[in-house]
Write a protein that binds this ligand. Sequence first.
Ligand code: ATP
Length: 468
Amino acid sequence: MAHDILIVDDERDICTLIAGILEDEGHTARRAHNSTEAIEAVRQRRPALVILDVWLQGSELDGLQILEVIRREDPPIPVVMISGHGTIDTAVSAIKTGAYDFIEKPFKADRLLLVVDRAIEADKLKRENLALRRRAGGEVTFVGSSSDAANVRAQIERVAPTGSRVLVTGASGSGKETVARLIHQGSKRADGPFVVVNCSTLPAERLEIELFGTDGETAADTLRVSGAFEMAHGGTLVLKEVADLPLPLQSRLARLLQEQSYARDGGKTKVEIDVRVLATTARDLQAEIAAGRFREELFHRLNVVGLRVPPLSERREDIPELAQDLLKRVADATGLPPRTIGEDTQAALQGHDWPGNVRQLRNVIERLLILAPPGGAPIRADVLPNDVSEDAPSVLRWEKGGEIMQLPLREAREVFEREYLLAQVTRFGGNISRTATFVGMERSALHRKLKSLGLHGGVPEGGAEPPV
Ligand SMILES: Nc1ncnc2c1ncn2[C@@H]1O[C@H](COP(=O)(O)OP(=O)(O)OP(=O)(O)O)[C@@H](O)[C@H]1O
C-alpha cells in the first residue's frame, strides 16, 4: 500500500536516494532538511512515517529533539532513525525515546524497505488496538458517588499496588471485571498484559488448553501453544466465574499458584510464570466448598483479599450518573449523537431493580439511544422497555393520565405526596436523612409523614433499607 513518508536529512543526496527507493515502491516521499522544515511538514499533513537523520547540520533542533516533538503528536507518528558510524549510540537512545528502529548508513534498499514496512504495520496495529479499546468503552472508571461506590474505589486503590491475589465477588453484571481491570491498571504490572478467561463458557478440555496451553501433541485440532498463563506473563490474568472451573482443573490451578510454574499440556515443557491472578465469581464459594464443588485450598489461594461489588439495587443513588456515563460511552461507540435523560426516565431507572445490574442498565441505555425520537430533547420514559417504565413513579406520569383530576383536593394532595415522597426515598436509596434534606423537611417530620401515608413499612420492592 502507498504511504506518505517524510524524510528528514540535511544531506540532499541521501534524501534523493531514499526518496527514489520509496517512490519506486509507490510511496509518496516528502523531504525536509532541518527541524523547521520537518516540523512544518508534519503540521501540514500527518505522514505515515518519518525517516529521521540523527545528525542534522545547520538545524535548530537535532534529530533526537525533533523526535521528541514528533512523538508528542496524538496519535504518535512512527519514526525510523538514520545513523552514521559515529551516531549509533544516539540512534539506540532514540529507540528508548520511542523511535521504532534505526538504519545505519550505508544501507541497502531492501533493508530500508523492510524497516519502513514493519514500522508502518506496527503503527497500524497499535492504532487499531487503541481504537478497539476506545470503542470497547474507553477509559475504565468505577462510576458512582454513593458511599458503596466510594468504598469499592478505596479498596481498589489499597489492594492494587500490593500485588496480592484478589477474589472479586458480586452479582452478574455488577462490575467485577471492571474492578479487576482497575486493579491491574493501578498495579506495577499496568504496562503488562491483561488477560481474561471466562471459565463458564468453555468445555473442560478446551478450557485446560486455553489456560495452560499445549505442545500440540494431544490436541491435533488446535495450533495454540501458549496458554493464558503464558500470555499474561508479567501482567494480570483474570479467571472469570472461577466457580465453574472443573474440579481436576481446580487442583491443577492450586498447584500452579503454589509453585508459580506448570508443565504445558501434552508436553514436558516446564513453564515458569510471573502472573498476578485475580478471580471473579457471582456464586457463594463457601457454599460451593460445602457442596464439594470447589476446592478449599484453591479458595484460600485465590481469596488472599476479598472484594465485594454491591448490586445496583443497593446503590440506586449511582444510577443517574451511571446512566449518563453509559449514554456517553454508547454514543461514542455507536457514533449516535449524545443525549440527556429526562426526569421521568431517570426516576424509572432508579426505581427499577436491575437483576442484571450495570450490564442490563447498559443494554437499556443502548436501546434508549437507538429508539429515542430524533432531536435534542431529553429522552422520555415511554421509550423504556415496559418492565422498566412501569417503575416510573406515577407522579411523573400524570401528564399522560390525568387520573388525579378525578379526585377532590384533599385526596389528590395525599396521592401526590405519597408518590412524590416514595419517588424521593427510592431515589436516595432509602436514606431518610438525605431524602429529608432534599425535600426540605426535618428527618423526624419526614418519618411521621411517611407513616401517615402508609409508607412506614418500606420503599418499593427491591428498594434499599426500609425508611425507618
Ligand atoms: N461502576 C461502574 N462504572 C462504570 N461502568 C461500569 C461499572 N460497573 C459496571 N460497569 C459496566 O457494566 C458492564 C458490566 O460490567 P462487568 O463486565 O465489569 O461486570 P461483571 O460483574 O464482571 O459481569 P459478569 O459477571 O456478568 O461477567 C460493563 O460494560 C462495564 O463497563
